[in-house]
Design a protein around this ligand. Structure first.
Ligand code: SF4
Ligand code: SF4
Ligand code: FES
Length: 472
């Protein structure tokens, strides 16, 4: 492999790698704004200056490819002066907004100003100001904070496949906006906020709700479709405030769709059923677990039982249901449900050219691996037991008795005679298999809500109930 020298350390590189990437290998973090590994290189912010031997001027590391024998300095006096100059220009019009800016605490402009800027400001002119602009349901723009890095424009054109963000006017009057001021159309708009290195493009769903440094972060997997995008859940006090994509170059690269990003809301919806309940005439009553577990066991032991497994459950849950059913409900037919019209992986496929898949659940492939056949049409049986993670679309149920085990909202309970509340994808651990056959792990980010229990625990309690007592 070819080698170059960065800050006196020899390092190997692959052809085509730029100096930002190669420098990381020797522990040299080169500050950037306009550069993003998932977008084209434009080298327009001039933040990533480095000195390259035999080149008379400072070079931008993002647009300079490593070459055999190249000698690079990332911390020389000339580099420091160059970066400080860039910071001074970028901050000419930037407001002193950090205390009220959503990006504070995770802002590249803050970090680079602290690390490479000057503590003095020579500029005393009035700053340029703009009013906030509503860019649609996902993004609110604060142009005062923009540094014209054009990441947003490039994301739209190169990733979302839509030319909707543009730079109009030039020089001091430059304005990053949408064409004709229209609202953003892409279903991937949340990524604009992620990639904006300042607080210029803010996420409406998150705006002013929580300071970034207070959030506890858990790396997990989106359950929104069979793509299995890697994401991070950010919560505080058992309340989720935001989900953001995690890099996985084989699956979602650096991105996620808005449907997956905002899917978490149902987990903390006040109408989610988190206590065991049974129907009584036209109303619903909260009931003791013991009582409903006895009823569940009795009803599942008879003939004419259909057991439905949502393709939004984990492999472990599916397996536990299959295994327990041998003792609990030996005569039951076991079938899967999830996305109408996408009953098998052969019917699954891309829903767009970016990430979204047709299957709206995360584990259709896993259900197939366990040999669970899909339900076709309505669920017709004397007793129907529905196990569901939260996203699988409920089929039409025609039964004398129907139980829902898992995550349900109040508006869905009339399908059932009793609900045994389970855990959502953010409250449990387990394995899901994406459309490519990649096994990935859900990680628990939240504590269970109310009296909800893991499906495995519900099944074990039901199996070992005798007259309301747990016998083993
Ligand atoms: S809005 Fe953000 S991403 Fe877009 S050009 Fe301005 S700073 Fe860059
Ligand atoms: S493409 Fe699918 S897995 Fe990825 S973020 Fe969207 S819903 Fe989630
Ligand atoms: S990051 Fe290199 S010029 Fe902007």
């Amino acid at each position: 492999m070819p080698k170059c020298t960065i800050d006196g350390k020899e390092v190997e590189f692959k052809a085509g790698e730029n100096l930002v990437t190669v420098a990381k290998r020797v522990g040299a973090e080169i500050p950037v704004f306009c550069y993003h590994p998932g977008l084209s290189v434009v080298a327009q912010c001039r933040m990533c200056y480095v000195e390259v031997e035999k080149m008379p001027k400072l070079q931008t590391a993002c647009s300079t490819l490593a070459a055999e024998g190249m000698v690079v300095k990332t911390q020389s006096e000339a580099v420091k002066k160059g970066r400080a100059g860039t910071m001074e220009f970028l901050l000419l019009n930037h407001p002193l907004d950090c205390p009220i800016c959503d990006k504070a605490g995770e802002c590249d402009l803050q970090d680079n100003s602290f690390g490479h800027g000057s503590e003095f400001m020579r500029h005393s002119e009035e700053r340029r100001t703009y009013v906030d602009v509503d860019m649609g349901p996902v993004i609110q723009k604060n142009m005062n904070r923009c540094i014209h890095c054009t990441r947003c424009i490039r994301f739209g054109e190169e990733v979302a496949g839509i030319h909707e963000m543009v730079a109009i006017k030039r020089g001091n009057n430059i304005d990053i906006t949408t064409i004709d001021g229209k609202q953003l159309k892409t279903e991937y708009a949340g990524n604009y906020s992620d990639i904006c290195p300042t607080g210029s493009l803010t996420l409406k769903d998150f705006r002013f709700k929580k300071r970034a440094w207070m959030l506890k972060k858990t790396a997990t997997i989106c359950e929104g479709c069979s793509k299995g995008c890697n994401m991070e859940v950010q919560q505080e006090g058992n309340v989720v405030y935001r989900c953001v994509p995690r890099e996985n170059l084989e699956i979602n690269k650096y991105w996620m769709c808005d449907e997956g990003r905002f899917n978490y809301h149902y987990v903390q919806d006040p109408s989610r059923i988190v206590s065991p309940m049974k129907r009584s005439g036209d109303s619903w009553l909260v009931s003791p677990w013991e009582e409903l577990l006895v009823n569940f066991r009795t009803d599942s032991a008879g003939t004419g039982v259909m057991l439905l497994i949502g393709t939004d459950l984990t492999l472990e849950e599916m397996k536990a249901i299959q295994e327990t059913a041998k003792a609990l409900s030996p005569r039951a037919a076991i079938l899967s449900f999830g996305t109408p019209g996408v009953e098998s992986t052969t019917q699954d496929g891309p829903r767009d050219q970016i990430l979204k898949m047709k299957s709206k659940t995360s584990n259709l492939k896993g259900a197939e691996m366990l040999g669970i056949q899909p339900l076709l049409g309505a669920a017709k049986s004397d007793v129907v037991l529905v196990f569901r993670g939260g996203r699988a679309e409920l089929p039409r149920i025609e039964a004398k008795k129907a139980y829902g085990v898992g995550v349900f909202l109040e508006k869905e309970r009339n399908h059932f005679h009793a609900i045994l509340p389970g855990l959502s994808f953010l409250e449990k651990e387990g394995t899901v298999v994406n459309h490519q056959g990649k096994e990935q792990s859900l990680k628990r980010a939240l504590l269970p809500r109310g009296k909800s229990k893991a499906i495995g625990e519900i099944l074990m309690l039901a199996l070992h109930q005798r007259n309301g007592e747990v016998t083993a």
